[in-house]
Design a protein around this ligand. Structure first.
Ligand code: 7RM
Length: 650
């Protein structure tokens, strides 16, 4: 990339490295670096060792059958995911251990031991059966972050009915599309959920999603907010508490084939309707089990908190399946991080003495903006490991997280993966890896990746290109539901028999992976490839900046010009002088070629509900175009105000 012109040495955190402390290394689940070489020599044996730690009704005949792009893992094996997450922990003292610690936004909370969770899952599984749900039937789940959500997922897994969880922030229309695509006959929802002190009207959305022609015959409703007592449609709707009231306390788990579908989860592509990503049973469980154990260094007495919503893959793999398969204590929080105040996360860490925290860079940057006084109010000495996921983490945010949240004592694992990959694939192993802020470091053992150029050649150290996965892995997607052609076209057509991730990456001289954002986020300025990420990182490096997003705008001379949207800190005022200062800051930090051509101040950046900045909309604003699809925005008002400020300048 661009030469660093130096001058602000103290801020060049990219050069800092963080080896594991001796203390951490000594107690880590995995600390022998030979594991990488062993896994490379025989990846199937490596993964099979983890699969053997799970309970199978019948062992597999063959670890892997690979007919690109279709993989089968643990072929012939029979197991049940709910049995592995619940029943097998009841054989030891673990039965009385907290499986889920749940806190609602209003401050109510509940603890479910493994024995409790088992009972509630069995009762609800029997309830689903009483509604006629059978093995293979899809069930749509549209719930807030309440304990009934993982209970419903595990109940589906128990009877072999694939679930399709739809994030509670999605509209009635998005919900309708997903219900129709999956042809679910049963939907599980709630009257409402709490968010920033308000009630999210889930039952209303659910009702609106099944008007007219719909496959849905039964709607099960959790009573959470008391806001839909008069909206139950007789013959169709049934309260969760009524459904489970008289159900037997046990339910035999279905013996599922390793390759039976466990769930589908919709993810938006660059074009067209959302894709239903299909995950199966044996490989997915093995992948999430293994990565949870090694990446988070999970121990029997950990209190593990992943702050994602279960409506996203991160919640599926790292709140529900990975942690519970490990017999861990998993914390679940319903609401917003600033309710009633901006210290809510830290009060939760203190209250439950969380030892592991897994969150997203966008949250970390928000906390940086709010200031250190909020974490400072709480005792967070229980924390021993931090994780990051969802987008590239800029070194400034990484170092802040490490220092201010981790007290300079906790390794930060930056984990790269996707809905499609099912489990973490590029990540440090905290007892082995020397960390570099901003780098997801190395592939998980047994995973093979590369960075290729347009023609499919490895770019080698220092070069930038497309991130690919060259070998199958157990938790990989098996298909797009009902659309194998799109599956082949999206992921397997750019390079034969190689998985195309859609992310840009580079590998540095020491073999570390640096994720550069989606490939459509790379700006080409005068034939230099500039990563939006690197410019954003440079901007956020200025103490006056809270958050930044960059896009490429068409430029007659340079091909593309860099436009930055910047959110400044609360006590800073926007001015022309500040624009000049920030442009210079970027030029100084990463080189004049990266100097933004335009800087726009924004009160907030437009984000999807999973926290990803919608650069496409920023491009539309910067280029004065009519705005494209905004349905996945968390807050449409954000882009409206940006548009009024800067857009449509004819
Ligand atoms: C887990 C999740 C996937 C996309 C992926 C990347 C980006 C995720 C990182 C990251 C850099 C990371 N699933 N991404 N993690 N980029 N570093 N550690 O987020 O399907 O919703 O998104 O997210 O672009 O392709 S996802």
């Amino acid at each position: 990339m661009v030469e660093n012109t130096g001058g602000i040495e103290a801020l060049l955190h990219e050069d800092r490295t963080f080896p594991p402390s001796e203390e951490f290394r000594k107690q880590a689940n995995i600390s022998d670096p030979n594991v990488y070489e062993e896994a490379r020599r025989d990846p199937e044996a490596f993964w099979a060792k983890f699969a053997e730690e799970l309970d199978w009704f019948k062992k597999w005949d063959k670890v892997l059958e690979w007919n690109p792009p279709f993989a089968k893992w643990f072929v012939g094996g029979k197991l049940n995911v709910s049995y592995n997450c619940l029943d097998r922990h009841l054989k030891s003292a673990r039965k009385n251990k907290a499986a889920i610690i749940w806190e609602g936004e209003p401050g109510d909370w509940a603890v479910y031991t493994y024995r409790d969770l088992y009972r509630e899952v069995c009762k609800f599984a029997n309830g689903l059966k009483s509604l006629g749900v059978k093995k293979g039937d899809r069930v749509t789940i549209y719930l807030p972050m309440v304990p009934e959500l993982p209970i419903a997922m595990l109940a589906c897994a128990r009877i072999g009915a694939p679930h399709s969880v739809v994030f509670g922030g999605f509209s009635a229309e998005s919900l309708r599309d997903r219900i129709n695509d999956s042809q679910s006959r049963v939907m599980i929802t709630a009257d409402g959920g709490y968010r920033r002190g308000n009630v999210v009207p889930l039952k209303q959305n659910a009702d609106d999603s099944v008007t007219g022609e719909t496959p849905v015959e039964h709607v099960v409703v959790v009573r959470r907010t008391g806001t839909a007592d008069d909206k139950m449609m007789s013959g169709r709707d049934i309260w969760w508490h009524d459904l489970v009231a008289d159900q037997p306390l046990t339910c035999e788990p279905e013996h599922m084939d390793s390759e039976d579908m466990l769930y589908m989860l919709y993810t938006s592509g660059t074009t067209g309707k959302p894709k239903g990503i299909v995950h199966t049973t044996g490989g997915y469980l093995t992948g999430t089990y293994a990565t949870t154990k090694w990446v988070f260094d999970l121990k029997e007495d950990d209190v593990y908190w992943c702050t994602a919503d279960i409506g996203w893959v991160t919640g599926h793999s790292y709140i529900v399946y990975g942690p519970l398969a490990n017999g861990a204590t998993s914390v679940m929080y319903e609401g917003s991080p600033d309710y009633p105040d901006r210290d809510r996360f830290w009060s939760i860490v203190e209250k439950y003495a969380c030892t592991i925290l897994y969150t997203a860079p966008t949250a970390i940057r928000t906390f940086m903006r709010w200031g250190e006084e909020y974490p400072a109010k709480h005792d967070m000495s229980s924390l021993r490991l931090l994780g990051s996921v969802g987008e590239p983490i800029n070194p400034e945010a990484w170092v802040w997280y490490w220092q201010t949240i981790g007290g300079g004592r906790c390794p930060v694992v930056d984990t790269w993966w996707q809905t499609e990959t099912g489990s973490i694939l590029i990540t440090p192993l905290p007892g082995i890896t020397t960390l570099k802020p901003g780098s997801a470091t190395h592939t998980f053992p047994g995973v093979e990746a590369d960075v290729l150029d347009e023609a499919g050649n490895s770019v080698g150290p220092g070069g930038g290109g497309y991130l690919v996965l060259t070998k199958p892995w157990p938790a990989m997607l098996r298909n797009i539901y009902g659309d194998p052609e799109r599956f082949k076209e999206t992921y397997w057509s750019k390079y034969p028999n190689i998985y195309f991730a859609g992310d840009g990456a580079k590998i540095d001289e020491e073999g570390y992976y640096w994720l550069l954002g989606r490939v459509d986020d790379v700006i080409n300025v005068a034939a230099h490839r500039v990563s939006t990420m690197e410019v954003e990182s440079a901007l956020v490096d200025n103490p006056k900046v809270a958050e930044a997003a960059c896009i490429g705008r068409t430029d007659e001379i340079k091909g593309q010009a860099i436009v930055a949207f910047v959110t400044i800190k609360d006590n800073v005022t926007a001015s022309d002088a500040l624009i000049a200062e920030l442009k210079q800051h970027v030029a100084t930090k990463i080189g004049p070629i990266c100097r933004p051509d335009d800087i726009y101040f924004a009160a907030e950046l437009p984000k999807t509900r999973s926290g990803k900045i919608m650069r496409r909309l920023l491009r539309d604003v910067a280029e004065g175009r009519t705005l494209g699809d905004t349905t996945t925005l968390a807050d449409p008002a954000v882009v409206q105000s940006l548009k009024e400020q800067y857009g449509d300048e004819d």
